[in-house]
Design a binder for this molecule. Structure first.
Ligand SMILES: [Zn+2]
Length: 248
């Protein structure tokens, strides 16, 4: 049996048996980890409020080679997302961000950059920021870190550097230069292209505190959504729920 102690962020929990919880959390060094927290649903649980979705924790767990799930021995709360979760839009955005990361992060491999993205973006939700900008930021960066977001610098067809406006080829799911573009390519507005650059070069809290028009952020999200769906072959479960609370 091996004992690990690490910082982590809880992605997802579900009740099991009468008093236990199954918890999926993201760690910088071991990616996604699934573990049992025995007695976590008891009234005087030693885990307190540490094992709630999007809580940043210091966790101790024991690994057994033959078993898929670890045993969570201890969990101390570093940062709770509870204040942000009191707001409906932030709360559903947090669920959506957790599902996004849960979908793309893998188990066992180091996930330092994905961990940092999740850490900074959930922290940003606690501040006075535009929630949609945080969501768009995570959507674009998650695809980048997963190696799925196509290059905006060179044409996917001929490799030549591209100028503005950018053109996105729907069939080939990539950016294409003016001379290679067919009628499957649509022009990306320069406002949207500017946001892609800003997302790539700005920390999330700073990015989400700038004023951006709702129409532009919607277009950024549509582009990321189209790339994500074509990769996954389906939409994320919480996508529609988030769309419906944002539309209100
Ligand atoms: Zn080209």
């Amino acid at each position: 049996m091996k004992l690990e102690r690490t910082e982590a962020i809880v992605l997802h929990t579900w009740p099991s048996r009468e008093r236990d919880k199954m918890v999926v959390f993201l760690t910088p060094d071991h990616g996604k980890v699934k573990g049992w927290a025995y007695g976590a649903r008891g009234i005087r649980s030693r885990f307190g409020a540490a094992l709630e979705p999007l809580a940043k924790i210091r966790v101790g767990y024991a690994e057994r080679e033959s078993e898929e799930a670890v045993r969570i021995e201890s969990a101390e709360l570093i940062r709770s997302l509870f204040p942000a979760q009191q707001n409906l839009v932030s709360s559903i955005a947090a669920t959506y961000i957790a599902e996004t990361v849960d979908t793309f992060a893998s188990s066992g491999d180091p996930a330092e950059l994905i961990y940092r993205l999740l850490d900074r973006s959930t922290e940003a939700l606690l501040g006075d920021v535009a929630v949609q900008s945080v969501v768009a930021y995570v959507e674009v960066w998650m695809l980048r870190l997963a190696g799925i977001f196509p290059s905006t610098k060179n044409c996917m067809q001929c490799g030549e550097p591209m100028g503005r406006p950018l053109r996105f080829d729907v069939k080939q799911e990539g950016f294409i230069c003016e001379s290679c573009a067919t009628r499957d390519a649509f022009v990306i507005s320069n406002d949207v292209a500017d946001e892609l650059v800003a997302i790539g070069s700005t920390p999330v809290a700073e990015y989400a505190s700038r004023a951006i028009s709702p129409a532009t952020i919607f277009e950024v999200r549509s582009l990321a959504g189209s790339i994500r769906r074509s990769f996954l072959g389906h939409e994320l479960k919480s996508f529609e729920v988030l769309a419906s609370v944002i539309a209100r």
